[in-house]
Design a protein. Structure first.
Length: 243
């Protein structure tokens, strides 16, 4: 079925990987450090930092951990300097793939990412070879037990762009600039949130053929297993092989 589980597979998540809390912590701490370096250590005044700290809290990260990462970002404590890099290319089945990375050594990370694509007969593309198909979008997924009227009322009054029922959950979409306002309103109303954040969504979707699906998923798993990779985004639609 095309579009299977859209709200959770825009960014492919490998269950076994996400179950490793240490891996999650490392990625979130890197993001906090970079966000603080670029926008300052005031969580309330730095939207990117606030989003990262929210992710830390959602994963039950100890407060002292993320506070230390903020201080490393602002220079109060010594820390590693990370560079933001986005890799893009086409994977098996012609699927567009974006890879967001934070690395302290681009000369190490780039050949690794390139080798993953090459392993499956693909290659990295030039800048904007696929990224033009993706747009940043705020997304808040709310538990389906909440009534449609309640979700609509809270989200739209706060400035959300749309609310849809997708695969058994309410998916609120927003302009990235309005994300935090809408998220605050959802939290204040006590609506149970399944997941939320700024995603890269593509209106151009690719139906994944079964003969290419296995290779595609292996490629994404390799990418997500890399310590420097923060997120992997794609525009594939496919049935979950585990269902």
């Amino acid at each position: 079925m095309s579009g299977h589980n859209k709200w959770s597979t825009i960014k492919h998540k490998k269950g076994a990987l996400d179950a490793k809390r240490g891996k999650i912590f490392t990625r979130v701490l890197k993001e906090i450090t970079v966000a603080a370096r670029l926008g300052g250590g005031d969580v309330a005044a730095n939207p990117r930092l606030r989003l990262a700290v929210d992710q830390a809290k959602a994963n039950n990260m100890p407060k002292e951990n993320w506070e230390r990462a903020i201080k490393k970002g602002t220079g109060e404590l010594e820390g590693v300097s990370y560079e933001e890099v986005t890799y893009e290319g086409y994977g098996p089945g012609g699927v567009a793939i974006l890879v967001d990375a934070l690395t302290d050594n681009k000369n190490r990370t780039t050949p690794e990412i390139r080798s993953y694509f090459a392993k499956f007969g693909s290659e990295l593309g030039a800048a904007n070879s696929v990224s033009y198909m993706f747009a940043k979008q705020g997304q808040i997924v709310v538990d389906p037990e909440v009534s449609e009227d309640k979700v609509m009322e809270v989200a739209l009054e706060a400035g959300a762009d749309d609310v849809k029922n997708e695969d058994g959950a309410w998916v609120i979409t927003t302009d990235p600039a309005n994300y935090q306002v809408v998220k605050d309103a959802v939290d204040a109303a006590g609506l149970p949130v399944i997941e939320s954040g700024i995603i890269r969504a593509s209106a151009v979707r690719v139906d994944m053929n079964n003969d290419k699906l296995k290779s595609f998923l292996k490629l994404v798993d390799l990418l997500e297993d890399n310590d420097d990779v923060q997120d992997v985004w794609h525009n594939a639609d496919y049935d979950d092989p585990e269902e």
